[in-house]
Ligand binder design. Structure first.
Ligand SMILES: Cc1cc2nc3c(=O)[nH]c(=O)nc-3n(C[C@H](O)[C@H](O)[C@H](O)COP(=O)(O)OP(=O)(O)OC[C@H]3O[C@@H](n4cnc5c(N)ncnc54)[C@H](O)[C@@H]3O)c2cc1C
Length: 394
């Protein structure tokens, strides 16, 4: 009998998981039929059917990317892989992982993969949900930010982030907010309005006085560094400090720390101190049989303190989880672990930097690309095009 596999979510982690789990490189036209004949698995994916390429959202600021351009109907990709798609939302996981409960049904499985992505700690700083925008909340929120920005001829813009480090790694989005600040500078200069705006970069997670390549790039652009600053609350027209003082801000772009979605806390899934789904080094959910998780919803076992949540990390983790799930479904033991790697291109449009760190000190792409060059803007664009082409046609 075919093994029943349920996958939750249709973001980076789940799609990478499927890519590695079904490792058949197949021509798209024949894929559906061939996979039907040869498949040993009966796979169901539960999600909303829309894949969002999040790394492109900061480029809304310079008008280079739009919601339509980075949102993709993922159902044809799943169809080519003979995966049943259920358009629904998961609300619980029960019976040690064997039952997935959605708003409209229950799904039994022999193995489960969870890639539900992040939830943001919006309650951490009061007023976050009502008085700030965030690229991490998706294209609609970023469009709303842009709409408000376009109505301003002058003003003060705060760009900031807060991290959740309680699980020993960086659960938050620092790099993306640096990128947003630099792209704002570029966009306002292009409009001839830069001298009418103050751009601030704030985060309680950066030490005041911190130096380095990112700080240099921000200072080159006249961005005011409020390192170490955390507002007590976001309020109408700005922020309130711990001592009660008011800071004026016409617009705030802010992203809070990351944890697993709320429904996880009530499910049978173990939750880490930082609020993630607790997994081991094999991507296996701790204490549960044949349940795996990867991506922004889950923590790491013994991570280096610098590793962030990234699509790139989701790929490495999903690869290990896919191999391990295959092994346990055949009666074996999980043995595949993953490397830790921070790797992303910070796009400033008139310049770019490849931010990189790896647990095994391997350079990105055998050092084929420069670490600091405007040419990296095109490289970043190329990665996006290649990935979206793969999802659209292969
Ligand atoms: C602005 C921005 C820029 C970024 N830039 C980069 C970058 O340059 N490089 C990089 O590597 N990473 C980048 N990232 C990070 C990267 O996008 C995330 O790490 C990645 O999306 C995590 O993948 P995921 O599958 O865990 O979550 P997601 O991609 O968020 O996918 C989660 C999926 O689960 C679904 N889902 C959620 N809840 C439920 C539910 N209850 N039931 C069913 N389905 C559910 C969602 O609809 C979605 O399909 C960026 C992120 C942002 C926001």
């Amino acid at each position: 009998m075919k093994k029943r596999i349920v996958i939750i979510g249709n973001g980076f982690a789940s799609l990478f998981f499927i890519g590695y789990f079904l490792s058949l490189p197949i021509f798209p036209v024949f894929a559906f039929f061939l996979r039907r004949i040869t498949s040993r698995y009966d796979i169901t994916l539960i999600g909303n059917g829309r894949f969002i390429y999040f790394p492109a959202i900061p480029e809304f600021i310079i008008g280079k990317k739009t919601k339509a351009g980075i949102t993709l109907d993922i159902r044809p990709w799943l169809w080519r892989r003979n995966i049943r798609f259920v358009d629904d939302q998961v609300v619980d996981v029960q019976d040690g992982g064997r039952t997935v409960v959605t708003t409209q049904g229950r799904y039994s499985n022999d193995a489960l993969f969870i890639g539900t992505g992040p939830a943001f700690r919006v309650d951490d700083i009061p007023g976050t949900g009502t008085h700030t925008f965030s690229p991490c909340a998706g294209p609609d929120d970023m469009d709303a930010f842009m709409h408000k920005l376009e109505g301003l001829q002058e003003g003060i813009i705060y760009v900031g982030f807060k991290l959740n480090k309680r699980d020993g790694f960086v659960a938050g989005r620092g790099g993306q907010m640096y990128e947003c600040a630099c792209l704002l500078d570029y966009a306002l200069k292009k409009k001839g309005l830069r001298d009418k705006f103050e751009i601030h970069l704030f985060s309680p997670d950066i030490e005041p006085g911190e130096t380095g390549a990112i700080t240099d790039r921000l200072q080159e652009r006249g961005i005011i560094l409020d390192y170490g600053y955390e507002p007590a609350a976001f309020v109408e027209g700005g922020m309130r400090d711990a001592d009660g003082a008011f800071r004026k801000a016409d617009l705030v772009l802010f992203t809070p720390g990351i944890k697993a979605p709320a429904w996880v806390q009530q499910s049978c899934l173990p939750v880490s101190v930082g609020g993630h789904i607790e997994v081991d080094k094999f991507g296996r959910v701790k204490g549960l049989d044949k349940v795996f998780a990867a991506g922004d919803c889950s923590n790491h076992e013994n991570p280096p303190p610098w590793v962030p949540h990234q699509a790139h990390m989701a790929q490495l983790r999903s690869q290990a989880a896919a191999k391990n799930m295959r092994a346990v479904l055949k009666g074996g033991q999980p043995s595949h672990t993953y490397r830790f790697e921070l790797s992303c291109i910070l796009n400033m449009e008139n310049d770019a930097m490849w931010l990189h760190a790896a647990s095994d000190d391997k350079p990105p792409f055998w050092n084929l690309f420069p670490r600091h060059s405007r040419k990296l803007v095109r490289v970043k664009d190329m990665f996006e095009r290649l990935y979206l082409f793969y999802l659209r046609y292969l």
